[in-house]
Design a protein around this ligand. Structure first.
Ligand code: PLP
Length: 387
C-alpha cells in the first residue's frame, strides 16, 4: 500500500541531500570536533559550516547559534537559562516569566516545574483562533519579568502569533523575548532581527533533518545559565557535538532558505485543496483564517471520535494526527483547543493534517476520498450507539 504522509508537524522525512551530507560524519570522518588532529578538524569544519547555514536561515551571526539536542532543549535553555541567570543576578528579585497558553508541552512542563521551584509564572490567554493579543502580554509584564516566551506558530492548529509586536513590547519594557520557531522555520521567514527576538528555537526533524538535533539563536550580548554544563559551544551547552546531526541541520536550513518561497506556494495550494474537501464532508477548520502555517489543516467533525478517524485513515494508508488528544493520549481536548474555547464535541472530533516536502495533489485527493466514507461511518456508529 502506498502511504500518504500528512503528519509533517509531528516529524518529517530526511531529505536525500541531507542524509548524504551527514553520512560521512557517521563513517570515515568520525573525529571529535574538539580534537586537534586532522579527523577532529574535519569535524570542526563541518560544525562551523553548519553553524553558518543555520545562521543564514535566521539572519543571525554564526556565533549567535548554539547547537542543542532538540527543539525542547532549545526551549528549556532559552527560558530556564534566561530566568535562572536573571534570578542569580538579582538575588531572586527577577523571577517572573510570561508564556502563552498554547505553548508546546516542553514549555508548559518546564514552567510548571519552575513555578514549584519558586518562579512566578504568568500565562497569557489566546482568542478563539489561538492568537495572543500583544496588549495582554504588555499587561502581564512586571518589573520582575526576566523573559517572555511566545511561539512563532502553533504546532496543533498552525496559528501564527504577532511576534514583531510582542517583541517590540518586550524591548520597550526591558525584558528578554524568546520565540519557539520549531514549526515556523522553513515555512515562514524566521528573520530574528526583523522579528526582534532575543532567543529563538528550531529543531532538525521538523525541517527534513534527523531527530535529535536542534539549535537556539542567542542574540549577541544575551547571557544564559547553561542547562547542560561543559566547555562546548563556548560554555553555553556542554556535550560533545552531534557532528552528523549538526551537518544535517545545516544542510536542511540551506535547502529551506533556498526553497522556502516555492515550498510555501505549493503547500498553500495543497492545503486549500485539502480544506475544500474537508469542508465538503462537514468539517470545520480551526485556527486563524489567514495567519496560519501554510501546511497545517486542523479540522473538526462534530460528534465523532478523532482518534477513531485517524485509525480509519491509517488503515487506508493516510498518516495524520488526532487533533484533540493531549500528549498523554487522554481523550480530552488538548490545552490548545481548551485555550481556544472549542466545545468538547467539536474538539473530540478533530484531526490534524500537516503537509510538507514530498506531498502531492494525489496524496490530498486520496485523503479526501477516504475521509468522506470514514466520517460517515463514524457518524453512523455514534447514532447507532445512542439507539
Ligand atoms: N516546539 C514546538 C512548537 C514543537 O512542535 C515541537 C515538537 O513537536 C517542539 C517544540 C519540540 O521539538 P523536539 O521534538 O525537537 O524536541
Amino acid at each position: 500500500m502506498t502511504r500518504a504522509y500528512l503528519d509533517h508537524n509531528a516529524t518529517t522525512p530526511i531529505r536525500p541531500e541531507v542524509l548524504d551530507t551527514m553520512l560521512p560524519y557517521l563513517k570515515e570522518s568520525y573525529g571529535n570536533p574538539n580534537s586537534v588532529h586532522a579527523l577532529g578538524q574535519q569535524a570542526r569544519a563541518a560544525v562551523e559550516a553548519a553553524r553558518a547555514q543555520v545562521a543564514a536561515l535566521l539572519n543571525a551571526d554564526p556565533e549567535e547559534i548554539v547547537f542543542t539536542s532538540c527543539g525542547s532543549e532549545s526551549d528549556v535553555l532559552a527560558i530556564a537559562g534566561a530566568a535562572q541567570r536573571a534570578w542569580l543576578a538579582s538575588s531572586g528579585e527577577r523571577r517572573h516569566v510570561v508564556v502563552s497558553a498554547v505553548e508546546h508541552e516542553a514549555v508548559r512542563q518546564l514552567t510548571t516545574g519552575m513555578r514549584q521551584r519558586g518562579f512566578d509564572i504568568s500565562i497569557v490567554p489566546v482568542d478563539g483562533t489561538a492568537r495572543v493579543d500583544p496588549a495582554a502580554v504588555r499587561a502581564a509584564i512586571k518589573p520582575s519579568t526576566a523573559v517572555v516566551s511566545v511561539m512563532h506558530a502553533n504546532n496543533e492548529v498552525g496559528t501564527i502569533q504577532p511576534i514583531r509586536e510582542i517583541a517590540a513590547i518586550c524591548k520597550e519594557r526591558g525584558t528578554l523575548f524568546h520565540t519557539d520557531a520549531v514549526q515556523s522555520a522553513g515555512k515562514l521567514a524566521v528573520d530574528v532581527r526583523e522579528l526582534g527576538a532575543d532567543l529563538a528555537s528550531i529543531s532538525g526533524h521538523k525541517i527534513n533533518a534527523p531527530k535529535g538535533i536542534g539549535a537556539l539563536y542567542v542574540r549577541k550580548g544575551v547571557a544564559l545559565s547553561s542547562i547542560v554544563t561543559g566547555n562546548q559551544e563556548k560554555n553555553r551547552r556542554g556535550g560533545t557535538e552531534n557532528v552528523a546531526g549538526i551537518a544535517a541541520l545545516g544542510k536542511a536550513c540551506e535547502l529551506a532558505r533556498k526553497e522556502r518561497e516555492q515550498h510555501v506556494r505549493e503547500l498553500s495550494a495543497l492545503r486549500a485543496r485539502l480544506e475544500k474537501g474537508c469542508l465538503k464532508h462537514g468539517g470545520r477548520v480551526n485556527g486563524h483564517p489567514t495567519e496560519r502555517l501554510p501546511g497545517t489543516c486542523h479540522v473538526s467533525f462534530e460528534g465523532i471520535d478523532g482518534h477513531a478517524l485517524v485509525i480509519a485513515l491509517d488503515l487506508e494508508g493516510v498518516c495524520a494526527s488526532a487533533g484533540s488528544a493531549c500528549s498523554s493520549g487522554a481523550a480530552e481536548p488538548s490545552h490548545v483547543l481548551k485555550a481556544m474555547g472549542l466545545s468538547q464535541d467539536w474538539a473530540a472530533g478533530s484531526v490534524r493534517f500537516s503537509l510538507g516536502w514530498g506531498n502531492t495533489a494525489e496524496d490530498v485527493d486520496r485523503t479526501i476520498e477516504i475521509l468522506g466514507p470514514a466520517v460517515e461511518k463514524l457518524r453512523k456508529a455514534v447514532v447507532n450507539s445512542k439507539c
